[in-house]
Design a protein around this ligand. Structure first.
Ligand SMILES: [Zn+2]
Length: 125
């Protein structure tokens, strides 16, 4: 999860990250007013936690996609030899189940992050 606010001087986005789940935890960890420096105009200013917003981390989404792609490919390779040898209904459902694992991991990561972003932005300090 990425945290950001807008610079009070040049309106450029100031990004930072903190391992917190909501604004209360952020205020507890860093203070109610957080000092942030803008990388664009180099102005340092204090921002209230309510002015901080959360956004989905693109790297997390990318990693989740890679797990989905590599995981699915890996699972297909793993079960490919067996699927034709024991071609019955149980093998097919097991095949579908195994293929579904990377998809489940992907969905867990993506929806987990969406939930975190939603939670952070929902509650004001
Ligand atoms: Zn600025």
């Amino acid at each position: 999860m990425k945290l950001y606010t807008r610079c009070s001087k040049c309106r450029e986005e100031i990004n930072f990250s903190a391992w917190v789940s909501d604004r209360f935890a952020l205020a507890k960890k860093l203070n109610e007013k957080i000092e942030l420096r803008c990388t664009n105009c180099n102005t340092s200013n204090k921002y209230h936690v309510n002015d901080i917003r959360a956004e989905k981390n693109k790297i997390v989404a990318l990693v989740a996609s890679l797990i989905l792609l590599a995981g699915t490919a890996g699972m297909v390779m793993l079960v490919w030899d067996y699927i034709f040898r024991i071609a019955d209904v149980y093998a097919t459902s097991a095949f579908v189940g195994v293929i579904g694992i990377p998809m489940a991991v992907y969905q867990a990561i993506v929806s987990g992050q969406e939930r975190k972003v939603w939670l952070f932005n929902s509650y004001k300090y």
